[in-house]
Design a protein. Sequence first.
Length: 117
Amino acid sequence: MPVTFGTSLPSRGEMAGPQQLRAIAQRAEDLGYDHVWVSDHIILPKKVDSFYPYAADGFATFPGPDDPYFEPLAALNFIAGCTNRIRLGTHVLIIPYRNPVLRLRLFHLSMCYQMVV
């Protein structure tokens, strides 16, 4: 199996707007990346007291309950319309919070176009 390269798209904050997501995904495609990924979170903690290894200062920062956090499948649909060949995927998709029949229909449609990684 060949090595492939991908990148994560931001899901919140200033870089998670439609123009920014389009620009990042198109740039990744132009650079030859094979796939882009989005994440899904329904609930985020207000505060994390333990050391957070993914931040330089060790402190986790999460959006507040009213801060925007895009819906991953809507974001992937948007990115699909802005790109030509790059493959799309989710790091995490919390299926129980979504209608299973609708998910199945969307999955079937995406497999018809072979867009899901």
